[in-house]
Write a protein that binds this ligand. Structure first.
Ligand code: PNS
Length: 168
């Protein structure tokens, strides 16, 4: 009997405000594990006001990627509902340090409770990126520091436009 070929759809969700080189590394690695990876940008309702709009964040992700099996989309509401709507069976999350673990475990268990058919898979952040977060990137550039090695070039340029207008 011929094997049943089932395509695996994965979701890599986040705020991506903005995309960092750590995210990019994770997207590249996750894209090798699934047939199609959807990078899903959260509409931050109720969270702190984002620096970039959802459309800007999606454009920056698209402009920084060149992977044929990666799509970029946006979602609001429950992540598992969006994943299910997209036919995704895997949620990919990155873990940088032990400090990430508690929150990620809680989220994974809640998502499993909501939709047990969707599995969360954790990838360890690349060691070169394990100290990078979107929040710190914004803080560093806001205070005049250098962020060029931390984010893709397009993101660095947009951050400079925002925080250091007239200075490139
Ligand atoms: O990388 P981030 O910004 O911490 O991503 C957090 C994200 C988007 C994965 C999380 O906030 C999320 O899934 N939000 C959607 C709402 C939801 O499904 N909540 C229930 C699970 S705790």
């Amino acid at each position: 009997m011929a094997p049943v070929l089932r395509k695996i759809f994965g979701i890599y969700p986040g705020s991506f405000d903005p995309l960092t080189n750590g995210h990019l590394d994770l997207i590249e690695r996750a894209s090798r594990l699934v047939d199609t990876l959807i990078v899903a940008v959260l509409h931050n309702e109720g969270k702190e006001t984002p620096l970039f709009s959802v459309e800007e964040r999606m454009d920056l992700i698209r402009a920084s990627l060149n992977l044929p099996n990666v799509e970029v989309d946006a979602f609001d509401g429950l992540l598992v509902d969006f994943a299910s709507h997209k036919g995704a069976t895997v949620i990919v999350r990155g873990i940088r340090a032990i400090s990430d673990y508690e929150y990620e475990l809680q989220m994974a268990l809640m998502n499993r409770r909501l939709r047990p058919e969707i599995e969360t898979v954790f990838l360890m952040a690349g060691e070169a990126y394990s100290f990078i977060s979107s929040r710190m990137v914004k803080e560093v550039i806001r205070l005049g520091g250098r962020i060029d090695e931390l984010v893709p070039p397009m993101v660095a340029s947009r951050l400079k436009d925002h925080f250091q207008p007239g200075k490139q």
